[in-house]
Design a protein around this ligand. Structure first.
Ligand code: G4P
Length: 527
């Protein structure tokens, strides 16, 4: 197989959802189809769900639990899928957001009863920044949920996306009979009483096919015809370009727990979802089919082994054909890195994973020299753009339990900030450190890391701070004047750049009004 064909086979994607919508269940079922979890045949007996879970755990353990769940690779329909995990619960953080910079498309899972929830919206916004195409899976149709029209309307209104139903549900809750596959004209019925059996679709000659009258109760079939006609009148036709541009989402209905609708979703991804897309840099766009290897770090995972300060930098390959043992240039430092011990995530057989292509993810163990956004190439000086940094939304004080460890804590926080796992500010006045994150639970993760990796028991305390803004001004004297006059509200970030720590919205507005020549940036990347 040629190198180009291999790249075109790649589907690198993530699932975005609000906790509890069914991401884990769907992931598990996708892996099942991909054969990453081996089950005898498609028919599964009672209790197999549990077994599937434990099989999956075994796969995870073999691969090293947290690494494996970060990237899951499987083959289906002659495509290679890389599913990147977006941790949603405990460690919801910038990593979650940034993972979305490493994918070419996303699956948005909605709970049919709840529609679009808070975290779905946030993650969607990040996808929108890069026009990532979205495929929607409306889950839990086996329970009473909202009317499908209402859900479609909500997606369209709230996310400003065109919606095109890819399938249409027949009934809901206890009366959920199945779906009509609108893209392929197939009737897919729930295999009642057969647990997870995955029923084959029944080819139909359009919705008027008399087969439907034989297979479905009268009222169900007339409702289906009526609703689909209405939906077709209300929704635009599916348009691939519009989907690829991130303006339109095909919507599948299903029930992940019953493995219902999952195959259709995968088929859709295989057919429509984009293969690796060109990546922008400050100088040019990098095409995935270029022969030379390039990639960028989008996530750092630390704490793999608490005894060592090893981290794994996850690199999204943007071009070329990577082979184990290759030397790559670390553009930020100009140093060559000998990549002899990468983690490669290739379908099923990890032993044979000696190579990776554009679109794939490789994990590089390092001691902290690799940071988020860093580029690695075979020599060309490339800097990838579009790796957003998120404004720290919640600010807390970090305090060592042992005051004698203040200096050590400072060092630990400095490293964590360099890694990109949190923002760290040192106020000019006082001895505290201020840490800024995007999700409150990140503080627990950080405290745990600092305790295990640096051996410094630490706690975080709430502050009266509202937000942090990086301050710049083309006129040095004006900037100095502002810094001098507001010393009590100024801190330095880990690179020594000045940051304004505002107590409330009024405090920030006032500063902006009083110092109109200054710029107040939400993220460092805007500087
Ligand atoms: P998450 O990763 O998005 O947080 O969701 P997860 O898959 O863990 O699912 C959240 C809950 O919803 C789980 O129930 C799961 O079984 C259930 N669920 C997922 N898909 C479906 C579906 O298609 N239909 C129905 N009815 N439920 C679904 P739980 O009780 O929290 O956990 P568990 O004890 O079942 O594992």
């Amino acid at each position: 197989m040629t190198f180009e064909t291999e790249i075109h086979k790649r589907r690198t994607f993530a699932i975005i959802s609000h906790p509890d919508a069914g991401k884990t269940t769907l992931t598990e079922k996708l892996l099942l189809f991909g054969g990453a979890i081996q089950l005898a045949g498609a028919v599964k007996a009672k209790g197999d769900r549990r077994r599937a879970r434990s099989d999956w755990m075994k796969v995870e353990q073999e691969r090293g639990i947290s690494v494996a769940s970060s990237v899951m690779t499987f083959d289906y329909l002659n495509k290679t899928f890389n599913l990147l995990d977006t941790p949603g619960h405990e460690d919801f953080s910038e990593d979650t957001y940034r993972t979305l910079t490493a994918v070419d498309s996303a699956v948005m899972v909605l709970d049919a009863a709840k529609g679009i929830e808070n975290q779905t919206r946030k993650l969607f916004e990040v996808c929108r920044l890069r026009d990532v195409p979205i495929t929607t899976f409306v889950n839990k149709l086996d329970r009473e949920g909202r009317d499908p029209f209402e859900i479609l309307d909500e997606i369209e209104q709230e996310l400003a996306l065109d919606v095109v139903p890819a399938s249409w549900p027949i009934g809901m809750g206890r009366n959920f009979l199945g779906c009509y596959d609108l893209f392929n004209d197939r009737l897919i019925l729930v295999a009642k009483g057969k647990n997870d059996q995955i029923s084959e679709g029944i080819e139909c000659n359009g919705l008027d096919d008399p087969k439907l009258d034989d297979l479905l109760p009268d009222d169900a079939v007339s409702k289906l015809r009526e609703e689909v006609e209405m939906a077709r009148g209300l929704c635009p036709e599916f348009d691939l370009e519009s989907y690829l541009g991130g303006h339109l989402t095909p919507v599948y209905f299903g029930s992940a727990i019953n493995t219902f609708g999952v195959r259709e979703l995968l088929e859709g991804l295989a057919e429509m979802a984009p293969s690796p897309r060109p990546q922008a840099t400050t100088t040019r766009d990098v095409d995935p089919s270029e022969k030379k290897v390039s990639g960028f770090v989008f996530k750092i995972q630390a704490n793999m082994d608490p005894k060592h300060r090893d981290r794994i930098a996850f690199v999204r390959l943007c071009s070329g054909h990577f082979k184990r043992g290759m030397k790559l240039k670390h553009i930020r430092t100009g140093k060559m890195i000998n990549v002899h011990n990468p983690t490669l995530f290739l379908a099923q057989d990890r032993e044979l994973a000696e190579e990776a292509m554009a679109g794939d993810i490789i994990g590089l163990p390092n001691h902290g020299n690799l940071r988020i956004g860093d580029a690695l190439t075979e020599g060309e000086d490339l800097r990838f753009t579009g790796i957003p940094s998120f404004a720290p939304e919640i600010l807390q004080k970090a305090r060592p339990e042992d005051p004698m460890k203040a200096k050590h804590l400072g060092k630990a926080l400095q490293q964590i900030a360099e890694e990109g796992a949190a923002r760290v500010f040192k106020p000019l006045i006082g001895s505290d450190w201020i840490v800024g994150v995007v999700g409150a639970l990140q503080f627990e993760v950080l405290a745990d890391r600092i305790r295990t990796e640096y051996n410094i028991p630490v706690h975080f305390e709430s502050t009266q701070l509202y937000t942090a803004r990086w301050v710049t001004c083309s006129d040095h004297l004006k900037l100095k004047k502002f810094l001098d006059e507001n010393r009590g509200a100024i801190g330095d970030d880990h690179d020594g750049e000045p940051v304004f720590l505002a107590r409330n919205a009024w405090h920030l507005d006032k500063a902006m009004e009083d110092y109109p020549d200054l710029e107040f940036h939400k993220t460092k990347e805007q500087i």
